[in-house]
Design a protein around this ligand. Sequence first.
Ligand code: IMP
Ligand code: MG
Length: 178
Amino acid sequence: MLNDIDSVLIDERKLSDIVKDLGKKISEDYKDKNLLMISILKGSVVFMADLIRQVTVPCQIDFMAVSSYHGGVKSSGVVKILKDLDIPLEGFDLLIVEDILDSGQTLSYIKKILCARKPKSIKICTLLDKPMSRKSPIEADYVGMQIPDEFVIGYGLDFKEEYRNLPFVGILKQSVYS
Ligand code: IMP
Ligand code: MG
């Protein structure tokens, strides 16, 4: 597994600092709100687990699964709901928690369908942001770190469902996917 990695982009210590910072900001902003954090499976599950433990205000969590990649390294643009939320969204201040914002097609779609369910507010928190590869006009309200347009894995992020268990974020060798 480690042989497939070009370099470590964000090590464990840096990830922990990033998540602490985000948790602090979110805790300040959602003091008097009705926070519902929605993790987009499966990529954001490691980030979500760490982030909710840095949030000091009351919050609920839920999970949603979508697919857009079908095993490649570029988004197909076709997003399918694989698992929907369990609860209605009226009265909640939603915070969508995503691993990475790339073309933006996945989050644009998710935001649109969740907006239609009339939550009180809706914001996006992404661990990683690749601003150079955006195709849909969407930005996150909370960004852990902006990264170059490289394919990264680890800390929840996968290539063909593998590498999610790496404790750091690394750049995948091009030879693995080309
Ligand atoms: P988008 O629709 O292109 O913004 O794609 C977002 C989704 O694609 C993310 O939630 C990831 O699951 C996946 N993705 C995008 N870039 C990467 C990457 O560099 N590594 C792993 N997954 C990625
Ligand atoms: Mg994902």
